[in-house]
Design a protein around this ligand. Sequence first.
Ligand code: TYD
Length: 208
Amino acid sequence: MRGRFIVFEGIDGAGKSTQISLLKEKLEKEGRKVFLTAEPTMSVTGGILRDALSGNYERSASEFAAMFLADRIFHNVNPKCGINQALEKGFDVISDRYYYSSFAYQGMDSDIEWVMDMNLNCPDIRKPDLCIFLDLDAQSSKSRIDNNRATVEIFEQTEILNKIRNKFFDVFDRLENENIKIIDASKSVAEVSAKISDVVNELKEDLN
Ligand code: TYD
């Protein structure tokens, strides 16, 4: 039986890392095997993306979109560290970001229809079983980022964070047939974690 593919999304600072580790712990206590992964990946393209995200090298929104696409294909199919191989071995896969981020971030400055089409119609990009969107307002996210990080990336300014948050909602409205759950991330870590467990427990076991 294959594992379940769960994606976490949210603007920078929404608390994805904390909640991902908590979910991993909970699932492992229940006896499940968990494989944590993230985008950008550790591929060569992922490295180029990280360099561009830190502002070291300027890239257009379309370049970002195309590179995230290539990185996402690697993320799915890589035989050693990819999503497919882990699901097949029965691991629940939890990814920190996936194509919803491309739609929201690159969809702002590139053609959103194009970005969505190439991801959703790519035969090697799998649809998640569940997307959990941790929703936090831009100001709170910004203060969390400033308290926790030594370096700030190009998308981590309050005004931009607010635009991206709104874009995520626009994206969710455009997506049919996707299992997306929006969770209020301004609540305590324990409350958010309990809500996440609820939506994960609703997932069916007999996936194919
Ligand atoms: P990362 O360092 O992983 O930050 P975080 O922990 O906040 O997720 O940086 C990921 C950055 O890349 C984040 O600012 C969002 C951006 N991004 C895109 O613009 N498009 C994408 O498709 C993905 C996956 C991420």
